[in-house]
Design a protein around this ligand. Structure first.
Ligand SMILES: [Zn+2]
Length: 93
């Protein structure tokens, strides 16, 4: 038997940008996910733990291991983004 949980108004986080429901310590907004060439799923999220500034989180999941989460401050995520764009330009030449 499958059960579908419904998110009620009480379950919603008071931070309007957060998509987590119910009790949670880390506020999270899910932006995108994609598969890597070696079969890992990578998710990109905005996160905030407590009153700390929002940060960018990468979650890396695979079928073989429990996965890994890396959190970057926004400025560092911007540098990674610039590096990725430069690498893509070179890779496409
Ligand atoms: Zn939240």
């Amino acid at each position: 038997m499958t059960r579908t949980a419904r998110i009620t108004e009480e379950d919603k986080c008071p931070r309007k940008w957060c998509q987590e429901a119910g009790e949670h310590e880390v506020h999270r907004h899910y932006l995108t996910s994609f598969m890597t060439a070696d079969g890992r799923a990578i998710g990109v999220n905005v996160v905030q733990s407590g009153e700390r500034p929002r940060a960018v989180e990468l979650t890396m999941l695979s079928r073989q291991d429990p996965g890994e989460t890396v959190v970057f401050q926004a400025a560092d995520a911007e540098l990674i983004s610039k590096g990725m764009r430069a690498a893509v330009r070179i890779a496409r030449r």
